[in-house]
Design a binder for this molecule. Structure first.
Ligand SMILES: *[C@@H]1O[C@H](CO)[C@@H](O)[C@H](O)[C@H]1NC(C)=O
Length: 226
């Protein structure tokens, strides 16, 4: 009996720490006004229907090296893109995805254009060749700070839940990318480029996203390497 006591008190400490950590945080909401869950998958889509791009796809954003891939909005506004899931770098709080807390963002799709040796976690390009507005890449590491993002509500916005994604070094925005100028995700301080988003929960059996017909609907055929 006695030997299990240190473990129990350790767990209680962890639970208290988790309670303190989550205090004062609001869960971010999806398009149905429900809290975003770490257990579900979401399409990150432009908030404005007048945006000149659709959902998010992993694409090559530089030629040398081709990997890791970057992230671009689909050039076709109607295409939903690939789903993502959100998780915490450390598994203490794991039901709701809260505004303002560091989370990992991971693409959830079996269909993938290449660079399979990289993870599907998002990260900020911190390589020496990164430009002033560094690209958001796919190939992050859960515990590394350049793979941590925060969901922030865009204040003073009328109607619906508009959010932006930030890091400690800037906000995710878009610039014209290499694919027919489809908007590419970068980290920027230029508020004119801020990528306002909404989160649409993916319903039903998530394995359906891997079926071919579904993929064609997602528009993966638009890239020559798919
Ligand atoms: C944004 O500004 C901060 C503070 O000046 C700076 O540290 C950071 O590198 C900038 N980020 C980008 C992407 O320009």
């Amino acid at each position: 009996m006695m030997s299990s006591f240190p473990l129990v008190s350790f767990l209680i400490t962890l639970m208290l720490a988790a309670a303190v950590c989550t205090q004062g945080y609001e869960p971010a909401l999806d398009t149905a006004e429900n809290p975003i869950l770490t257990s579900a998958q979401y399409l990150i889509q432009p908030y404005s229907p007048r945006s000149n791009g659709g959902g998010l796809l992993p694409v090559p954003v530089k030629l040398l090296p081709l990997c890791p891939l970057g992230i671009s909005q689909s050039s076709v506004t109607a295409l939903p893109g690939l789903p993502v899931s959100f998780s915490y770098p450390y598994p203490l709080m794991d039901t709701y995805v809260n505004e303002g807390q560091a989370v990992n963002i991971e693409f959830r799709s079996e269909a993938w254009p290449g660079c399979e040796e990289f993870s599907k976690y998002w990260e900020v390009d911190e390589s020496s060749s990164a430009s002033e507005e560094p690209a958001i890449l796919v190939g992050g590491k859960k515990r590394e700070r350049n793979s941590w993002f925060r969901i922030e509500r865009k204040e003073n916005f009328v109607g619906g839940n508009a959010y932006k994604l930030t890091t400690l070094a800037g906000t995710i925005g878009t610039i014209p990318g290499p694919w027919e100028n489809a908007p590419q995700l970068v980290l920027t301080n230029d508020t004119a480029k801020t990528f306002l988003v909404k989160f649409h929960k993916v319903h039903g059996d998530t394995t359906a996203t891997t079926s071919t017909s579904r993929l064609e609907k997602l528009g993966l055929g638009m890239f020559p390497f798919y």
